[in-house]
Design a protein around this ligand. Structure first.
Ligand SMILES: Nc1ncnc2c1ncn2[C@@H]1O[C@H](COP(=O)(O)OP(=O)(O)OP(=O)(O)O)[C@@H](O)[C@H]1O
Ligand SMILES: [Mg+2]
Length: 318
């Protein structure tokens, strides 16, 4: 982790500079997502672009108002692994008290975004703010405190194989709080009830179905009452009915608890069901972001193609 922490060495930019630069951009339009004359485009991003085309021609960078404060902000974030540039000037705000979805083709850096939010990866350039505080600028103890704001549901639930479900869900409370076992038991049982697993507390992870493991991971992500919950492809590996049920569960629990939820998915149906706010990531920048209802009616050809899952359109296999 320390290797990642120092990577790039670029000092985080001062958020005030961002405010100033934002003030010069006409409302609703973020021209920095566009390609600018003389800009150097990394080789791997150039390779994904048809000959002679502007790699950012569909990136209007349009940021439609979401009517809330930002729980998490990416400000001009750049991240490369060797010669492979993944984030190339990413600007994105995830609203408080809404369910946001980051959508994008496979390998575009969606999981890399999540890792930046919790300080598992650090930007080479730019800044990532959580409730206005710069994550790359935090000392280790501040980062430790900030991580308590997050609940993260990893792709496979990431349960400890040697612990039963109850102990798995207890784990963050035993690790991060000095609550007594009675109180911990109460919290864990309430969360297990909430995700429909009250009868399975004694089961080991290998006795659970994929859907149950995801729900268990969700219960564990909630026990510290997080302000921000991140879901990395909660629907992967689930059949359509279980995906629909999980989507409903996410909405119900959000309705009950509030907070900023950020869901990463490939599944357009899930986005239709769950998202209040959508951001589409491609070639290291946001093509467009905004309230789901507006994005599903966007006149941007790329956004239309992506959200309707059609073969015809600007997005090809290259
Ligand atoms: N720690 C790392 N070291 C080197 N390369 C990495 C690292 N983490 C991610 N990458 C690369 O970054 C790119 C984006 O990865 P990421 O996992 O964020 O994609 P994704 O959008 O989540 O894709 P998927 O939808 O398939 O999950 C990939 O090419 C991956 O190989
Ligand atoms: Mg991923």
């Amino acid at each position: 982790m320390s290797e990642q922490r120092g990577q790039g060495g670029g000092a985080p930019i001062d958020p005030r500079q961002w405010e100033e630069s934002r003030a010069t951009v006409p409302a609703g339009e973020d021209t920095r997502s566009r390609f600018t004359e003389g800009e150097e485009v990394p080789d791997n991003i150039r390779e994904q672009t048809r000959e002679g085309e502007d790699p950012y021609q569909w990136h209007s960078g349009r940021t439609r108002e979401h009517g809330s404060t930002d729980a998490v902000e990416f400000i001009d974030v750049k991240k490369s692994f060797g010669r492979n540039t993944i984030l190339n000037g990413l600007n994105l705000g995830l609203p408080d008290n809404q369910i946001s979805m980051i959508l994008g083709p496979s390998g575009t850096g969606k999981s890399v975004c999540i890792k930046h939010m919790v300080g598992l990866l650090y930007p080479d350039d730019g800044d990532v703010l959580v409730h206005g505080e710069s994550v790359p600028g935090m000392a280790d103890d501040e980062l430790f405190e900030t991580r308590k704001k997050f609940g993260v549901l990893f792709q496979d639930g990431a349960l400890f194989g040697s612990m039963n479900l109850f102990d798995n869900v207890c784990f963050p409370l035993r690790q991060h709080t000095d609550k007594g076992e009675d109180e911990i038991g109460e919290i864990v049982n309430r969360r297990l009830r909430e995700v429909g697993l009250e009868g399975a507390a004694d089961k080991m992870p290998n006795e659970l179905s994929g859907g149950m493991r995801k729900r268990a991971g969700f219960a564990r992500a909630l026990v510290l009452d997080p302000d921000i919950v991140l879901f990395d492809e909660p629907d992967s590996g689930l059949d359509p009915v279980r995906t629909a049920l999980l989507c409903e569960l996410i909405m119900e629990v959000h309705e009950e608890n509030g907070g900023a939820y950020c869901v990463i998915t490939h599944d357009i149906m899930s986005a239709r069901r769950v998202a209040d706010y959508i951001a589409i990531l491609w070639k290291g920048r946001i093509v467009e972001s905004g309230p789901a209802s507006e994005l599903f009616n966007s006149d941007n050809q790329f956004v239309r193609q992506f959200l309707s899952g059609e073969a015809q359109g600007p997005l090809g296999m290259e």
